[in-house]
Design a binder for this molecule. Sequence first.
Ligand code: NAP
Length: 245
Amino acid sequence: MKEEQSVKNVLITGASRGIGRATAIAFAHAGYRVCINYHLHRAEAEELAAYLRADGAAAEVLQADVADAVAVREMVAQAGEVDVLVNNAGIAGQRLFTDVTEDEWQRMLAVNLTGLFHCAQAVLPGMIHRKKGKIIALSSIWGITGGSCEVAYSAAKAGVIGLVRSLAKEVGPSNIQVNCVAPGVIDTDMNRVLSVADRVALCEETPLMRMGTPEDVARSILFFAGPGGDFITGQVLSPNGGFVI
Ligand code: NAP
């Protein structure tokens, strides 16, 4: 019989910054080997890997645009056996629906939704073969409630929830859990475009009276990956401070 693998391997897309970075640190502290995917910010990804290695963790840096199926397949081949996929890479953008161009619409869906299709398709054959694996995808509260001036983003994130629920049913018999984390407003680069007044208003609308931190979200992701997530699949957990109840 094959020996039980001792160190688990997590692939986190979009781990050079924000929620992905905090998630990489959380998984490293939990004893995982961490594969850090980035798209454009190589220096940040390398710096994170060096920080994790200095702390005794195993960390690899893997470049890929998740919208590119070939690049994703190469990345997954380099990652080795992936026990946990955290599909986190994402882009956002505020615009009136009537101003959204065809290219903007296509790119929003390509990164946020098709990126999940590419990454999940690339890791699943190995997971199905081993009859074990966890996929955790990042959606958003806007994928649940809909967001004004974020129609393309909200549509993509709603699609993530639909994909997660359907895939959970399909691969459950192979002992693979597929879940979704749908954060509220989190203090990362993604929200640096907001004015001070908008940030204050968002905090006032949130029962817990603050924006979330990347670490708040990382803890939800780690929960799904750990034994607490073993009998949970097709679910959406929303760390949002009570913004959506
Ligand atoms: P962020 O700070 O803007 O970081 C985005 C990350 O995604 C970066 O590491 C970036 O890599 C990577 N990325 C972007 N496009 C990519 C591509 N085509 N291929 C591979 N990687 C790509 O964003 P964040 O706030 O941490 O958000 C992380 C996830 O949580 C996203 O899916 C987002 O939609 C979701 N979310 C965020 C919030 C929030 O309030 N922040 C709320 C709900 C959901 P490079 O920097 O190397 O290009």
